[in-house]
Design a protein around this ligand. Structure first.
Ligand code: C2O
Ligand code: CU
Length: 489
């Protein structure tokens, strides 16, 4: 759709964007899509152990244009960490940057002191070890820094990697997974999407003059390149989509046809759903299967997202739509199995919920308070099922992410959720003025000293205070914020 040396913007402004931040498309989508390497591991005393280093580097988003970036084990992005449900894992994260960072395992059910949030900072030169048992449904998670006040900058510079949880050997989910395309980098493709802005000198623009929603790039990258091309040699491919942008929401699909949604943030959906578009706000994931004919060419496109009743200055205009990834099928395609008609089953019973909480997001406050690392906002008893009602009280977009759990969406604006919100989720978009009801169960890891976070995943909002803390305790136990303050950050 774009014309003219990559300079012509397709949409001048959009719901996502200020006038300076519409996405312009490259002239050609001919840069082979890089596939992040799989992280190497060693079994040490029964623990699958990984080593990862956050480091500065220089990276080419476009051939011949070198940009100063940060990455895990490389100049940009990070290796895909992969472990199976039921395994004990450890990740030793070294910080070779010249400022403190952290490594948060987004979507992971794990002890709060292993979470990698703002209380588990890693000073320059230090190594932090996290160790836990993989104990949740197989799914596509990711990892990124979480330093309070600086998460937007650390993620935008490139500190982002995927974390695949494979099904336990012999499980029902393994049989489903093997029927779906599952060969990494061949028919099981990581698609990490991030928008960037570049200065004339080719450096990342980080100070954008204070856009309300945060950094909105004018170029879209996938796995760290602009204008990517994915050659395909099988009848079906599974795209593991991650919105790793700090602010922009995408609505992804293939113009004129549907994609088959098979998984959301926390794992498989109950049955595959044909969708024209999948909306992903920052932090959300979706796995979709795409079917191709020999020689066929399709374009993964971001349609103008339906953000609800967004009434803020940057919503002037429309058509924040652009191409993302060109997919070209070979003239001969290896056969792929049909997508199974049933994928998995799960479901928390709303009647089993014993606690209800309400969270109102307004400006940079949740329930009237900005984030304070020394304050515990909510105390949850281990073993309870709760319903959280989350309300966006602003006229601008937010979303909501909860650490430690995968939740189910009970309702959106009082109605049953649409198909793409019926799976396990850890992050959900919040339309202005609408309440979303989430049900979740807090299974393990009672610890009054270490909090988990909940927050808006538009990272500037999070950095500026739109975040709160909860602890999980044993029945009758109280949180101990004095200990939390004593952790030093
Ligand atoms: Cu993806 Cu609290 O973060
Ligand atoms: Cu927000």
């Amino acid at each position: 759709a774009a014309a003219g040396a990559g300079a012509a913007a397709v949409g001048l402004t959009g719901c996502n964007s200020a006038s300076t931040s519409a996405v312009s498309e490259p002239e050609q989508f001919d840069t082979p899509l890089p596939i992040p390497p799989l992280a190497e591991s060693e079994m040490i005393d029964g623990i699958r152990t990984f080593w990862i280093t956050a480091q500065p580097g220089r990276h080419e988003f476009r051939p011949g244009q070198s940009t100063s970036t940060w990455g895990f084990d490389g100049s940009y992005g990070g290796p895909t960490v992969r472990a199976a449900v039921g395994e004990r894992v450890a990740v030793e994260v070294t910080n070779d940057l010249d400022e403190a960072t952290s490594a948060h395992w987004h979507g992971m059910h794990l002890p709060p002191d292993m979470d990698g949030g703002p209380h588990q900072m890693i000073e320059p030169g230090d190594t932090w070890r996290a160790e836990w048992l993989i104990d949740q449904a197989p799914c596509t998670l990711w990892y990124h820094p979480h330093p309070h006040g600086a998460t937007e900058r650390h993620v935008y510079r490139g500190l982002t990697g995927l974390f695949y949880l494979d099904p336990a050997p012999g499980s029902a989910e393994e049989a489903v997974h093997e029927q779906l395309p599952h060969t990494y980098g061949v028919d099981d493709i990581p698609v990490v999407i991030g928008d960037k802005s570049f200065s004339d000198g080719g450096e990342l623009v980080i100070d954008d003059g204070g856009n309300e929603v945060g950094l909105l790039g004018d170029v879209v990258t996938v796995n760290g390149v602009v204008g990517p091309l994915l050659p395909v040699r099988t009848e079906r491919v599974r795209l593991r989509l991650l919105n790793a942008s700090t602010a922009r929401t995408y609505s992804l699909g293939l113009p004129g046809r549907t994609v088959t949604l098979v998984a959301t943030d926390g794992g498989l959906v109950r049955e595959p759903v044909a969708l024209e578009q999948v909306r992903l706000s920052p932090g959300e994931r979706a796995e979709v299967v795409v079917q191709l004919e020999p020689g066929e060419e399709v374009m993964l496109h971001s349609f103008e997202p339906d953000l609800g009743n967004v009434v803020v200055p940057f919503a002037v205009g429309a058509n924040d739509a652009f191409d993302v990834l060109r997919i070209v099928a070979g003239s001969e395609l290896a056969p792929s199995e049909d997508v199974p008609g049933e994928l998995t089953s799960f479901g928390l019973d709303a009647a089993s919920a014993t606690v209800r909480r309400e969270f109102r997001l307004s400006d940079r406050e949740i329930n009237g308070a900005e984030m304070d690392m020394a304050r515990i906002d909510e105390t949850v008893e281990v073993g309870t099922t709760e319903i959280w009602t989350v309300i966006n009280d602003d006229l601008s977009p937010h979303n909501f992410h909860v650490h430690d759990v995968q939740f189910e969406v009970l309702s959106v604006g009082g109605s049953p959720p649409p198909p793409e919100l019926r799976g396990h989720k850890d992050t959900v978009y919040l339309e202005p003025g609408r309440a979303v009801e989430l049900i979740m169960r807090f299974e393990d890891y009672a610890d009054p000293q270490w909090p988990y976070m909940y927050h808006c995943h538009l990272l500037r909002h999070e950095d500026e205070g739109l975040m709160g803390q909860f602890v999980v305790v044993n029945p009758g136990e109280a949180a101990d914020p004095s200990m939390i303050a004593g952790h030093g950050h």
